[in-house]
Write a protein that binds this ligand. Sequence first.
Ligand SMILES: Cc1cc2nc3c(=O)[nH]c(=O)nc-3n(C[C@H](O)[C@H](O)[C@H](O)COP(=O)(O)OP(=O)(O)OC[C@H]3O[C@@H](n4cnc5c(N)ncnc54)[C@H](O)[C@@H]3O)c2cc1C
Length: 610
Amino acid sequence: MQTHQYDVVIVGAGGAGMRAALESSTRVRTAVISKLFPTRSHTGAAQGGMCAALANVEEDNWEWHTFDTVKGGDYLVDQDAAEVMAKEAIDAVLDLEKMGLPFNRTPEGRIDQRRFGGHTRNHGEAAVRRSCYAADRTGHMILQTLYQQCVKNDVEFFNEFYVLDLLVDHDLATGDVPDGEEVNATGVVAYELATGEIHVFQAKAVVFATGGAGKIYKTTSNAHTLTGDGMALAYRRGIPLEDMEFFQFHPTGLAGLGILLSEAARGEGGILRNSDGERFMERYAPTIKDLAPRDIVARSMANEVREGRGAGPNKDYVLLDLTHLEPAHIDAKLPDITEFARTYLGIEPYTEPVPVYPTAHYAMGGIPTNIEGEVLRNATDVIKGLYAAGEVACVSVHGSNRLGTNSLLDINVFGKRAGKAAAAYAAAAPFVELPPNPATRVEAELETIRTRPDGERVADIRRALQETMDANAQVFRTSESLTQALADIKGLRKRYEAVSVQDKTRTFNTDLLEAVELGFLLDIAETVVVGALNREESRGGHFREDFPDRDDSRFMQHTMAYRRPVAAGAAGTVSGAGAFARAETFDGYQVVLGAKPVTVTRYQPMERKY
Ligand SMILES: Cc1cc2nc3c(=O)[nH]c(=O)nc-3n(C[C@H](O)[C@H](O)[C@H](O)COP(=O)(O)OP(=O)(O)OC[C@H]3O[C@@H](n4cnc5c(N)ncnc54)[C@H](O)[C@@H]3O)c2cc1C
């Protein structure tokens, strides 16, 4: 075992982690730990753009952007956070430009902007051009730009190191740390892929930037590595996860595969059609049609298929039509995604419409933070020295449905804020003592799995989990489907206790790590399903067929899901009053729900129409 000491340790080298590192590394000793080589992070797969009300091509302002974000999130957005994000968006884009990011340009040489779903002029009048982009490789450009800056600034990276535990001085999962008591993060424990060695990192401040958890679903746009590690590690230490029931299904995954075709395709003029060739979004969102927010478009597509107007031999997808666009325009603005259609489906988008269907895309929920990125351990108390930013976090700027291009923005704005806040904290704070034998838990878990002679296969359990999530916790949900998913997850948890791996070695044992990641996926799935069962309303990305309306009187609150021992009270949780008083018992622990108020500043909830 090796030990290291840094002022700030950042876990994750995607956009959020590296943006945080740029702030922190110039101020205090900073390490970035990443299970992937930084430029392989999922941020690099982002296609369509990053929004900011630059008003470069038409009139726009940050207040309209704030409003769109709040309305897009179906009023579950914390409005103070949305305002910060929309205001700071402009500098976030200009910062990247100054770092060298090659944005597409207008003929006058300004940063070009294009349309994206839910982004409108003057509170919904018409779609507005707000998304800054570099063809359909915006995330790739962001990631490369940030990485180059990190290298230039001598940021210390620990690549292909898997963080497998968060160290805190009070384990909240015991359920007996009272509200108000000081809790400190003290470091993390990591596993080095190349050697199998354990590393303990002591830190004054830890920033989680580990990205999303799309792999709980089978049909997903997310990379294989998006297994919700940071969320699960926090949850295991008793930190709540916020609003996990809200998962975004992106309308245009390649049918049957889930590989993403960016919304930019519709921003550039692409049209969704059913088997009759009808532009069906005109019926569901008469004003902005194909550029309605993702939850609405995804549901409309699923509805067309259900009602028998799906295309293809099995009538199980709809069509994205780009054939009316000039090939030169497609090549200039959408080169990668049209290539995906050719490569994976053998479709020529110049002349044929592309089969598409919703694909699991983005976790609106995550580790609760305030606008400085500080992690909350209930509705009010922060954990000292613990920060989170990016898709792993829930600030909450996306509420119950994120608008396209708001995530690349979120990671830049809140990555920067978290990095700055962590560095400022670490510059003044002392090191807090590590718990005795800090690596024991991780070592025991790894050795148990690695040396178990025979048992359940990782791939079998993972497939069963993903299949039940696709079947029962997707675009449409009911009490019945969610109860089925919950029963399946409980069964899979039992099977997971007997999981074993074929590779028994200590070096480059990805088999072993996938077994650990499967444990994270099970944790995340249980919070999604328990939250979804409890939320007896439909809002944003969460649609309950048995409760099709939004119910502000009972559910205009954030869900907080805490893992606690079965017998314990709910110490350290803000007890779930009313609609949020629910505890679901699993083998050996329970998931206790609580609530957190939504911050409303300027915009009172209204019915959401487009
Ligand atoms: C195909 C696709 C297209 C998208 N297009 C857009 C778009 O056009 N516009 C937009 O706004 N959003 C888009 N999104 C969403 C957006 O890209 C992501 O939400 C965002 O990039 C997440 O950034 P992040 O830094 O939080 O996480 P990531 O970029 O996913 O990085 C996570 C990091 O955490 C590390 N990590 C994870 N677990 C561990 C662990 N246990 N130990 C150590 N390190 C760990 C990984 O190595 C990685 O470096 C898209 C997403 C996808 C999947």
